[in-house]
Design a protein around this ligand. Structure first.
Ligand code: NAD
Length: 378
């Protein structure tokens, strides 16, 4: 396959982790006979410095005309005092909106080798395998009116039936390919938008009769998530709740640096780790590249429909972790590594399947459960 992939390294550790993910994609191309063309562009603080705009038009054009976008992270203390439209994070929000990305998939699985890496007890986290589906282009982050003065500030939380329905369908489809269990998280006892959210999910449920649907209030779910994470499969929620809950869920996996994401819904998907630019460790070869490498696997699966290749990356990560390798954020890793040497081990471990395609069950990081991928369903 020929594919054009736009790479947006961004700020802080972004360039370090995307370099490792790109190297893994190159290894996939070489070993599976594909041709991937990579084009780098500016986003975030790096783009502010070069052009004054966190999302230059040239970057957006490149993203729109490519087959998939891989992003590192944006932001950092240097831009914290900039006006909102010149902050790195606003570039990312604009990018997600401009590409029409409304469904953010954030898988969280606990690798057997990392059961001790979480501050929670191994018997609590063991076997956790969650798929968060976070609404990405509506809600409080985009709602109008919004305003700020030193005496009063306003944000607005709007949702329409259409916005809820399209992301809920993604969650139902994913649940069908997994353990057929969907939890929808809201605050319907207080918020009108949540009441609509709950109604729309209930209205859709009969079309997915084999999927069990439960509703949870966000406050009690925040507790359930870390006391009995194994009870949940697909978790559907709105933008702000999803942002917070999926970071909370990172505690289960052992490190924020492990977790990937895919943002889907438009014609081009955006794939990025869930962590930020980690300015405290930037430029020190300390960042865990696994979240970005697993995002590259999601890019292959959801962006290019290359399921076997995605599984090959996930299996490589699996093998490297099983052998006890890890960066400093992974408590208990027997063989400590920097970003570059861990990335190199993973890409060396990527191999095409020998006799038959690897099955989903072969890797603890085989996230999605649907061999044909989900791009076609969105
Ligand atoms: P962060 O995710 O950057 O860092 C939180 C903690 O996790 C830090 O201690 C960091 O060292 C650690 N960490 C993060 N990624 C890691 C990795 N790959 N390996 C090892 N450790 C890792 O969150 P923050 O400190 O709240 O934010 C820093 C900047 O990133 C801010 O400017 C914020 O706005 C931005 N941010 C960007 C994104 C994004 O680009 N999608 C997401 C979140 C935060």
């Amino acid at each position: 396959m020929d594919a054009r992939i736009t790479v947006l390294p961004g700020d802080g550790v972004g360039p370090e982790v995307t370099a490792e993910a790109v190297a893994c994609l190159k290894a996939v191309a070489e070993r599976f006979g594909h041709h991937f063309e990579f084009q780098k562009a500016l986003v975030g603080g790096a783009a502010v410095e070069a052009t004054g705009d966190p999302l230059p038009a040239a970057t957006l054009d490149l993203c729109r005309t490519s087959d998939a976008v891989l992003l590192g992270a944006v932001g950092g203390p240097a831009w914290d005092r900039h006006p909102r439209d010149q902050r790195p994070e606003s570039g990312l929000l604009r990018l997600r909106q401009a590409l029409g990305l409304y469904a953010n998939l954030r898988p969280v699985a606990v690798h057997p080798a990392l059961e001790d890496a979480s501050p929670l007890k191994p018997e609590v986290v063991r076997g956790t395998d969650l798929m968060f589906v976070r609404e990405l282009s509506g809600g409080l982050y985009f709602g109008e009116p919004r305003s700020y003065s030193d005496d009063a500030a306003v944000n607005t939380l709007p949702y329409t039936r259409r916005e809820i329905e399209r992301v809920a369908k993604v969650a139902f489809e994913l649940a069908l390919g997994r353990r057929k269990n969907l939890v929808s998280v809201d605050k319907a006892n207080v918020l009108e938008t949540s009441r609509l959210w709950r109604k729309v999910v209930d209205d859709l449920a009969p079309a997915y009769a084999t999927v069990t649907v439960q509703h949870h209030y966000v406050d009690s779910f925040a507790m359930a998530l870390i006391t009995r994470p194994r009870d949940f499969d697909v978790v559907l929620t709105e933008n702000l709740f999803g942002d917070i809950l999926s970071d909370e869920a990172a505690v289960l996996a052992g490190s924020l640096g492990l977790l990937p994401s895919a943002s889907l819904g438009g014609s081009v998907g955006l794939f990025e780790p869930i962590h930020g630019s980690a300015p405290d460790i930037a430029g020190q070869d300390r960042a865990n590249p696994i979240g970005t490498i697993l995002s590259a696997a999601m890019l292959l699966r959801h962006g290019l429909n290359l399921e076997v290749e995605a599984l090959a990356i996930e299996a490589a990560v699996d093998r490297v972790l099983k052998a006890g390798h890890g960066t400093g954020d992974l408590k208990g890793a027997r063989h400590p590594h920097g970003t570059r040497s861990l990335g190199a081990l993973i890409r060396e471990a990527i191999r095409p399947p020998r006799a038959k395609a690897p099955r989903l069950a072969d890797s603890a990081y085989a996230w999605c459960g649907s061999p044909e991928g989900h791009r076609s369903k969105l």
